[in-house]
Write a new protein. Sequence first.
Length: 227
Amino acid sequence: MKVRNAVAIGICVLMCFCFSASAEQITDGAGDVYHWSQTGTVWSWRTNIADKPDIDIKEISYAINDDKITLTLKVYGSIQTSEKVGYYMWYNSTDTVYMVSYVNGEGAAFGMKGMNFTSEQNVTVSADALSVVLDVLGDTSKVELWGYAVEYTTTFGDQMNEWWGDWAPNDKFIGDTGDDDTDDGTSDDGTDETDDGSESQPSTPGFEVLAVLVACGVAFILLKKRR
């Protein structure tokens, strides 16, 4: 019996080495959501917002097994199906771009390497996580992995009104909070830098992303019609 068990264990170990697999995850702290609001010509960034758990990213990860890549995004709250909330994730290898989006209860994902394209509309949602499985198109050596979650107050994509966003890792946030990067991790008191209109307004992160998403959405529609 001991010999049989040893053989079984040996076979399992050998099988593990026979398959190509890799994985990585990025953990993002709680209560680090950014808040942007504008009234007239006055704007302000607030950091360390802790009351938005549904868009507060907890973890992003990827796992590659043979010819499949799984992308997963988790939040501290629960994944929402609101038309004002969106979740996004990117994985870039040396020659391929993979992306997943989930907005208004509908998800889509794609991978692109030159003229090669793969897509998947079956994004799985389970409580605090969403995930999708795509075909591997090219080299899987990681260059970049990041996620983005957002909530608007009016219509989706309206950055001229109050909205919230979380980036993982945090260095993907490209806004200017007006501080000296000596954040103590406490909740913000709303006294961040303001602008009286005498200087040009800072660009709000995510606008360029939305343009890319629109283009991707058109591509999905055309692909679906062709099928």
